[in-house]
Ligand binder design. Sequence first.
Ligand code: BGC
Length: 468
Amino acid sequence: MAKPHKFKDLKGVLRPDFTWGYATAATQVEGGWNADGEGPSIWDTFAHTPGKVKDGSTPDDAVLSYYKYKEDVALMKSYGVTAYRFSLSWSRIIPLGGKEDPINEAGLEYYQNLVDELIENEITPFVTLFHWDTPQALEDRYGGMLDKENGTDTPDFVNYARVCFERLGDRVKHWITYNEPGVYTLAGYAAGVHAPARSSNRKLNDEGDSSTEPFIVGHTELVSHAYAVQLYREKFQPHQKGMIGITLHGNWSEPWDEENPSDQEAAERAREFEIAWYANPVYKTGDYPASMRAQLGDRLPRFTPEESKLVLGSSDFYGMNSYTSFFVKHLETPPDINDHSANIEKLETNKQGVSRGPESDTYWLCTSPWGFRKLLNWIWNEKVLNDTFRIEFFEGYIAAIGSALKEDGVDVRSYFAWTFTDNWEWAAGYTDRFGVTFVDFESKEKKRYPKKSASVIRELFQHMIKKE
Ligand code: BGC
């Protein structure tokens, strides 16, 4: 008798068109760092500075995918993938990076060939525009992503995005603007251990200010992401018919003492500082989380009303990279000015001594699928099912019935909320959602998930209707 499958209960649970494959980044795999006119990126500068990389190596050759892409695609195909996520090197396409700077046709040709090769092999390309490799020329010109004041970085990024949409968008239908903007800022500008190597730690970095720069750079990333998305949606999406979004990083933060409200709050705060820093503006409110504003004050930039409107809703999907989980304990001391993790302590075990998971050779990485599942739920519930706007709408309207009745003598006897489930919204099709129940329109069975508004409305009517 055949041995039952290790995961026999999970047979067939993923939808038929579920996409899977491997993700890479240009700097980490391509090599050919100055081949055919590619300009240097901040990672070339970083790696060529003695002492910056642990083993003294550089990505000059990396794994030579610039030359071996055909072989790589064949290998991936033999692995059975249906998609490949890779990033484009900005300075391979526009060596000096700027909107007035020349395009490097040879660089574009490489990506066109790679995309063609993937498609020929029935592997869907998912393309990331920015995986941390700012062109060195822009870093020298105006401080790269740090320069928000002159607004220079945004037009340059948007122009780079436009070139990519124009030249690859007929075949690429899945675009990611930024890969883990939070890692770029935290490692590059707070800890100073990644390019462009800036921080307040003068033993490590000659320049930088960990208390302000990460938040300025994060703001630039969000706003430039949103402008690139606006451009795609207005000028390319209607005929190219692809989707575009952002990919955030996020690990799970679990309270060290699950019974202790301070640790529960600390864990939520840690998730907000790590994930909602980017996710709230994009998916929820158009602004940073209140916990960050409370701790950081004016060190956290403010969105102009125009930016806020542009950033909110600027991703067609929720893209996430996640690796591990941490136990989180509240700190009694006031936060340090360079704190980026919400005034918490990260611990390897919880109060009962349970470890976060088996250790790996990478010091921060412990295998903790239990946390990954919680993270998936947190994002799903927070961002999709916690429909704060709808809750406020219905609370206001239902309370208005109460006041009209109680104070103005209006005789209202029934109320029907629009509407029960998300549905087909006339000329807007499936793009507007009015329901207190989320519907997965793409699933065959139109799967339903109650939103928070459904329980808020139930409780409000239970409270307001007089018991006989
Ligand atoms: C980053 C990669 C990196 C990996 C391991 C990922 O999420 O995007 O560039 O190599 O984490 O640190």
